[in-house]
Ligand binder design. Structure first.
Ligand code: MRU
Length: 347
């Protein structure tokens, strides 16, 4: 990805327009058909954008949350809020989605600078973005090194991935997709098998779009194809991201991930999680303590706005699942690789 296109793919940007300072988010609900930004000038608009997945992916949510603190401050000055109201609005941003811990920790990080004023809050949010970008590139290198060391170098690798963990989900490069980009850069990648990622199709709409832009060979497959593809030996490893990693190594990620991990364990191939240390939550003891977002039932009862299930059916729509640490062959962070299944804890 060139520097110019990298800038174009920054999911979260703070900019000043005729309407004043605010966030310009790539509207991920419009992809792959349109690449456009949504300008956000109020906390209500930001919370709505987070809930609708205009902005999504754990590290990108962290960036949006950190700038969201600045947004609350700017709106508060415009509308004459006191400090208690600013704090309450910041808390709404923090609670907009429950599973990705990056949202909470990055909001807290920026909110800790509120007493110093807007410049300090923005500097903190900028630091969140720059640190994530650096972490992404480091993870790419560590993950590619580990996979090539582990799987040998006799032929390029076939890698399965789930959901979207690319530039759109981060500060601008990717976690699992960063590892995949690095394998491609080293000419050690044969193809990516990208799960479509029901029900909102982050894989088919976003990952495939990023891979196509980067010229990376890939297939989009139904989520239900993943286990069979793994058991038939059609991929060499699965590499996925994470929304929260508990202290014991249990990992929450997009619903459907745990099935991939089980299939990898059965097939004896690596199940690799790539996530920055900002996704590790040592305050959460195990996966059982990770809050799993339950999203609107319509997302599974309808297809493109048309009801597909019988009128009387109720929907069940957990957006994430938890993979036990024992199934995580390797956790790749910016600090290096931990072999979690062998008992190495996340940090
Ligand atoms: O519901 P989403 O699209 O926010 O879910 C995103 C994921 O599950 C990603 O795999 C995870 O956030 C890692 S992003 C680098």
């Amino acid at each position: 990805m060139s520097q110019a296109s990298n800038e174009e793919l920054r999911a979260v940007v703070w900019r000043v327009t005729a309407r004043g300072p605010g966030l310009a988010l790539i509207d991920q609900t419009a992809l792959p058909h349109a690449l456009r930004r949504l300008d956000v000038h109020t906390v209500d608009q930001l919370v709505d954008a987070i809930v609708r997945l205009v902005v999504r992916g754990a590290p990108a949510l962290g960036a949006a949350g950190a700038y969201g603190v600045a947004l609350a401050l700017v709106q508060g000055e415009r509308e004459g809020w006191g400090r208690a109201r600013v704090d309450a609005e910041v808390a709404r941003v923090r609670a907009a989605r429950p599973t990705a811990v990056n949202l909470m920790t990055c909001v807290d990080r920026a909110a800790a600078r509120l007493d110093e004023g807007l410049g300090a809050v923005l500097a903190e949010a900028d630091a969140v973005v720059e640190e994530d970008l650096a972490a992404n590139h480091a993870m790419g290198r560590h993950g590619a090194d580990w996979l090539l060391e582990r799987l040998g170098r006799d032929r390029p690798l076939r890698v399965l991935t789930h959901c979207n963990t690319g530039a759109l989900a981060t500060a601008g490069w990717g976690t699992a997709l960063g590892v995949i980009r690095e394998l491609h850069r080293r000419d050690r990648l044969q193809a990516v098998y990208a799960d479509e990622t029901r029900p909102l199709l982050q894989g088919a709409r976003l990952t495939a779009w990023e891979l196509a832009r980067a010229g990376i060979p890939h297939y989009v497959q139904a989520d239900a194809a993943a286990a069979g593809v793994i058991l038939r030996g059609e991929v060499d490893a699965a590499v996925v991201g994470a929304d929260r990693i508990a202290a014991n190594g249990d990992t929450a990620n997009k619903v459907g991930t745990v099935g991939i991990a089980l299939a990898c364990a059965h097939a004896g191939i690596p199940f690799v999680v790539a996530a920055p240390t900002t996704t590790v939550d040592l305050a959460t003891a195990s996966g059982a303590d990770i809050p799993i977002e339950l999203r609107a039932a319509d997302e599974v009862l309808e297809w493109a706005g048309v009801r597909t299930a019988p009128a009387d059916s109720r929907g069940h729509n957990p957006a994430f699942d938890v993979t036990p640490g024992a199934l995580v062959t390797a956790l790749v962070t910016e600090r290096g690789v931990r072999e979690v299944a062998k008992g190495e804890l996340p940090l």
